[in-house]
Design a protein around this ligand. Structure first.
Ligand code: HEC
Length: 114
């Protein structure tokens, strides 16, 4: 019973943290495409391919909505799983700053790969 209560509060806390982060980014930031491109080339490209076009089992992430990309990266950064391979993305998103996330979102949104 105690464990259940603790899990519930842990979840509520994670959710409120996530909502707060969301609120600030949506209100405060417009990313820089050039800076996003440089950050993307550092390691994102290894899995998601050139310009986010997708590679093998790694999803295509080019051309997605800015708000969607920010939301995903913040969710991973908070350690919350989305799909079956979230562990990989959680590891990648944890070092990202709010500014880096905004820049990456601006860059990826501007890419048009088929
Ligand atoms: C080690 C391989 C790997 C690296 C490096 C990587 N990703 Fe990912 N990414 C994945 C996988 C796998 C998924 C799907 C995860 C899941 O199942 O939830 C994913 C999902 C995503 C998604 C969500 C896609 C969607 O359609 O919801 C975004 C956005 C994303 N990655 C951006 C990035 C960015 C930006 C970087 C660089 C900071 C990065 N990734 C680095 C493997 C990687």
């Amino acid at each position: 019973m105690i464990v259940r209560i603790l899990i519930f509060f842990g979840f509520a806390f994670a959710l409120s943290l996530f909502l707060t982060l969301n609120f600030f980014t949506v209100n405060a930031m417009t990313g820089n495409i050039e800076a996003g491109k440089i950050r993307y080339a550092k390691n994102c490209v290894n899995c998601h391919g050139p310009a986010g076009m997708g590679l093998a089992s790694y999803p295509k992430i080019s051309g997605l909505e800015i708000a969607y990309i920010i939301d995903r990266l913040e969710t991973y950064r908070a350690g919350i799983e989305i799909g079956p391979n979230s562990a990989l993305m959680i590891m990648m998103a944890q070092p990202l700053s709010d500014v880096e996330i905004a820049n990456l979102a601006a860059y990826l949104n501007a890419q048009n790969t088929k």
